[in-house]
Design a protein around this ligand. Structure first.
Ligand code: M6R
Length: 341
């Protein structure tokens, strides 16, 4: 049933080109399209990995299409309900996460229009929300979310595309190819560093900050290496005290407005003797020279870099967990869906 893979998680990582492509191909129906086009403000609610996709959406939608977006954690929302207007979107691959559903019910009670983005047709969230945008990831067995995460991004990136007058049609219809290109990456050197560490940092800026948070979540949940996802500029406001030669920092540094400030952050980390594993674009020799391990991702559009960087971080967590002989598909103390608040 694992299709020749050692674990479901690896199988599911490898299914991502297809699940991403299928989710893009399924598109957005007219009803959902109208909801999205009519919304002045969008609030998203989610938990865990799904929350990270909503943060990525916020960065992309605000910077690329100038819409006002709020991303809220389901578990907090219920107790500290923000002022709500417009469209509220619950993002939950299982469709059963209690905190996310409770938040959506509260939004409904406040007369917001509600949309569910989920992988499971007929799940509880689909019965609560006014409409559903279904991801096409197929069943995900591994507790760690992988293909459901990128399928959520496929759904959310389509919303960005819609609000940007379909400026990214071409990018999105080819993104699965770039995901396929990174699946066989050799991340052994980075794995060797992480598997010896007790603590690691994952850092990025802009949309790569939640990508880093997700990389850290994957690392800690399946390898049990303590990992923190941080906005790169925040490390010097406290966490620098934790940097040692035994504390790897995984930094995502791709071309764009934050490239040079990221590069100087990396130099500051190196000056504190932390080994740096950098994800940068293919051919970035300057970056490769200042870090300990350089992992090149394809030099493509921002939307695609978000996907490929995420997949590389999934591989890093997966192989680290394998080296440490963890129960990759069923990490301790965790359940696939959290149905209590
Ligand atoms: O089913 P959901 O997307 O609502 O689940 C939310 C989280 O429990 C989930 O994303 C969790 O963080 C991941 N399985 C971690 O890999």
């Amino acid at each position: 049933r694992k299709g020749g893979f050692d674990h479901y998680m690896l199988k599911e990582i490898f299914e991502q080109p297809q699940s991403f492509y299928e989710t893009i191909r399924a598109g957005i129906d007219d009803n959902v399209r109208q909801m999205i086009m009519g919304a002045d403000e969008i609030t998203l609610v989610a938990c865990g990995t799904s929350y990270h996709t909503t943060l990525i959406f916020k960065y992309l939608a605000e910077s690329l299409c100038n819409i006002s977006v709020r991303a809220e954690m389901g578990s907090e929302f219920k107790y500290f309900v923000p002022p709500l207007r417009g469209l509220v979107i619950a993002v939950t691959q299982s469709g059963e996460t209690a905190d996310t559903i409770a938040a959506l019910k509260m939004a409904k009670a406040r007369n917001c229009s509600t949309l569910a983005i989920t992988n499971v047709q007929g799940s509880t969230v689909t019965r609560v929300a006014d409409s559903t945008l279904l991801m096409r990831a197929g069943p995900e067995i591994g507790v760690a979310a992988t293909k459901s995460y990128t399928a959520q991004l496929a759904a959310l990136m389509q919303i960005v595309n819609l609000r940007c007058e379909r400026a990214f049609d071409d990018v999105l219809s080819h993104a699965h190819l770039a995901i396929g290109d990174v699946l066989l990456y050799d991340v052994r050197d980075a794995v060797a560093l992480c598997s010896k560490a007790d603590h690691a940092f994952f850092v990025g800026r802009g949309a790569f900050y939640p990508v880093a948070m997700e990389g850290a979540l994957k690392m800690k949940e399946i390898s049990y290496v303590h990992a923190e996802g941080y906005a790169a500029g925040e490390l010097k406001h406290g966490p620098f005290a934790l940097l040692t030669p035994e504390t790897p920092v995984v930094a995502i540094c791709t071309p764009g407005p934050t490239y040079s400030v990221m590069a100087s952050n990396i130099k500051e980390m190196k000056a504190r003797r932390a080994p740096v594993i950098a994800l940068g674009v293919d051919g970035d020799k300057e970056l490769a020279e200042i870090v300990d391990i350089f992992i090149p991702i394809p030099n493509t559009h921002l939307l695609v870099q978000v996907l490929t960087a995420s997949v590389v971080l999934q591989l890093l967590a997966y192989h680290t967990a394998c080296v440490l002989q963890r129960d990759v598909d069923k990490p301790r103390n965790l359940a696939k869906s959290v149905t209590v608040e």
